[in-house]
Design a protein around this ligand. Structure first.
Ligand code: AGP
Length: 626
């Protein structure tokens, strides 16, 4: 949040910058966070307070140590990526001797080299965050290039020059004590909107932050800088060239604004998936296609000596683990077992110092998985957590962590975290293949290039979701739905069934397609809906032709066949009542695409039944009991 207002006595109609910013943070609370902070400019100084934990902790802090009245301020709720949740790592971060405050959403990819450069200039850092590096860079430029001269655009010019040095995804907001009536902001691959008021202007990650004050909004484009005062909004590119923002009227009510205009968090999060995959890939490979997972902080020699991988997870996360198994075994030739956490420690598993135990958990608090990880550690295994919640218990108790960057997942039924988990597992598998020489660098680069195309392909599926939505609504009376898949399509089928169970409370079951004739085919009767996830015809033909045979088998017995197939796959048409085409992708990466129609189907069917898709009955977002 950012705000600049104007009035003689430091308040407008009884409120000041702090009121607006805190109110906005409360509105943005749904975005999830693990710490929060504010900074205001008053009496020629920056005053700032920040606390880890819920927003209320900050409010208590502000009660005890109030800030001066001010008409210029910024505020931030953090979803940690670099550096765990703590007071020190919370934003704003200060620089320039406390005269500059900065807040940031996103990931500065090149923060390590910038930090080295700044340390070389004598800058000292208090936190582990990439944000503090950005603040120090901005301050250094403001001082060394502009001599602190605020006349020549001052902070705006410094922000332009700083953004030319930054790589990655970022929304930045900065204030400086020497420019008391200005907030300067920048964005690249991360959201930022301007709210236009009378004698006051606003900035927010989305409109819900200022919707109580104004419905006039300006969307900022890529690589843009905006400077707001109480009466002006000036937009430029990163090189100072003037730019125009598109003004629009916000007609959302505050409630729907929190969901990005979607009817539910689940629908919003399904549509967040291109970004969830892109953010999880961001900053983890270099231009040569080499993976750079330094954040793992696990001894490379140990990773080279791993002779078995055990994946531990529950529910949807376990299906992500099953997809990972196919990829890791194919790329690394390391035997990989996928275990349900709650089964693992009761079966006397074979674990030793050469076993890498990879837990997958969105919340990082699932007790079944936490207990299984503890057990694995007692047995001498090295443990690595793939997790979406920075600083949560499972990563804290693991030897290493590879965070997914899906952003907070509010809906109980997991969607974007699932795709991000699969993406992170692919990165881990490719990293192991790189370390152990199972793959040439060029091969890894090609796979990363294919992965880099996935977000846009997911977006294409979302842009054409009408057909699958209609089917979902039309099947609200279905009593049971079966899902078939082979190879990596098998865990996708399992996940599709789980989504339907969780959201629509109807019986749904996923099977390995090849298992059908070993019993389940007895379930097929006239009109029985059966989803079939078909592998690419461009892959191993045996896979494709066998699954097409499975469609024939169930169709011949009266099933209503609903097929997810790759664009151009004509072979399935003869046996499918409905075909949903997904963009081409290599066989191992296809789950990132094939899952999406199944998520949308379950959501629509459940909504057609009038169910609460964000909080399904009997379920909790994080199962913190065994
Ligand atoms: C998935 O939609 C469910 N909410 C559930 O199966 C979930 O995946 C499981 O409880 C594991 O949660 P975690 O990823 O937070 O460990």
């Amino acid at each position: 949040m950012g705000y600049v207002g104007r009035s003689s006595n430091g308040k407008i109609a009884g409120y000041g910058a702090l009121d607006v910013v805190l109110e906005g943070l409360r509105r943005l609370e749904y975005r999830g966070y693990d710490s929060a902070g504010v900074a205001v400019v008053a009496d020629g100084v920056i005053s700032s307070r920040k606390k880890s934990g819920k927003l209320n902790n900050l409010l208590v802090e502000l009660e005890e140590n109030p800030l001066p009245d001010s008409l210029t301020g910024i505020g931030h709720t953090r979803w940690a990526t670099h550096g765990g949740p703590s007071d020190q790592n919370a934003h704003p971060h200060l620089a320039d001797g406390g005269k500059l405050a900065l807040i940031h959403n996103g990931i500065i990819e090149n923060f390590a080299e910038l930090k080295l450069e700044l340390v070389g200039k004598g800058v000292t850092f208090l936190s582990e965050t990439d944000t503090e590096v950005a603040a120090a860079l901005l301050a250094d430029i403001f001082r060394s290039k502009l001599n602190g001269d605020v006349s020549d655009g001052g902070l705006t010019r410094a922000m332009q020059l700083a953004c030319q040095r930054l790589e990655g995804a970022f929304t930045l907001l900065a204030v400086h004590a020497d420019q008391p009536d200005v907030v300067v902001a920048a964005r690249r691959n991360s959201p930022l909107v301007v709210g236009l008021g009378e004698g006051e202007n606003f900035l927010g990650s989305d409109v819900s932050g200022f919707i109580d004050h104004t419905r006039r909004a300006v969307e900022l484009g890529q690589d843009q800088i905006v400077t707001i005062t109480a009466d002006t909004v000036e937009i430029t590119d990163f090189f100072g060239a003037p730019a125009e923002g598109k003004e629009y009227h916000v007609n959302w009510d505050p409630e729907s604004a929190e969901k990005g205009g979607f009817a539910s968090f689940m629908e919003k999060e399904i549509h967040d998936q291109p970004d969830a995959v892109a953010q999880t890939l961001l900053g983890r490979s270099d231009i040569h296609g080499r993976l750079t997972l330094d954040e793992l902080r696990i001894d490379v020699e140990l990773l080279k000596s791993v002779n078995k991988i055990i994946v531990l997870a529950c529910g949807t996360s376990a299906y992500a683990g099953q997809v990972a198994k196919y990829a890791i075994e194919h790329w690394c030739r390391i035997p990989t077992e996928v275990e349900l956490s709650h089964e693992f420690r009761y079966r006397d598993p074979i674990v030793d110092g050469n076993t890498l135990v990879v837990s997958i958990s969105q919340s990082g608090e699932t007790m079944d998985t936490l207990m299984a990880v503890r057990y694995a550690k007692e047995q001498g295994a090295k443990t690595l957590s793939i997790c979406n919640t920075n600083g949560s218990t499972i990563p804290r108790e693991s030897d290493a962590v590879l965070y997914t960057h899906a952003g907070p997942e509010i809906a109980v039924a997991s969607t974007k975290a699932f795709l991000a988990q699969i993406t992170a597992a692919y990165l881990l598998g490719l990293y192991l293949a790189q370390l152990r020489g199972n793959k040439f660098q060029g091969e890894i680069k090609d796979i990363l290039a294919d992965l880099g195309k996935i977000p846009a392909k997911i977006q294409r599926i979302l842009d054409n979701e009408g057909q699958i939505k209609d089917l979902g609504r039309s099947m609200a009376d279905a009593k049971s739905v079966l899902f078939l898949g082979r190879h990596v399509g098998f865990p996708v089928a399992m996940e599709g069934a789980l989504k339907l169970k969780e959201l629509a409370y109807i019986h749904a079951e996923g099977f390995a397609a090849g298992e059908l004739k070993h019993g389940p085919i007895a379930l097929i009767e006239e009109g029985q809906p059966v989803f079939v996830v078909v592998p690419s015809p461009r892959g191993r033909d045996s896979l494709h032709s066998k699954v097409v045979s499975n469609i024939q088998e169930v169709r011949a017995r009266g099933a209503k066949t609903i097929v997810i197939a790759e664009e151009g796959d004509e072979a399935v048409k003869a046996y499918a009542e409905h075909v949903f085409y997904i963009p081409e992708a290599p066989t191992l990466l296809a789950p990132l695409l094939a899952t999406v129609p199944l998520q949308i189907f379950a959501l629509e069917l459940a909504q057609a039944k009038g169910y609460d898709v964000d909080q399904p009955r009997n379920l909790a977002k994080s199962v913190t009991v065994e």
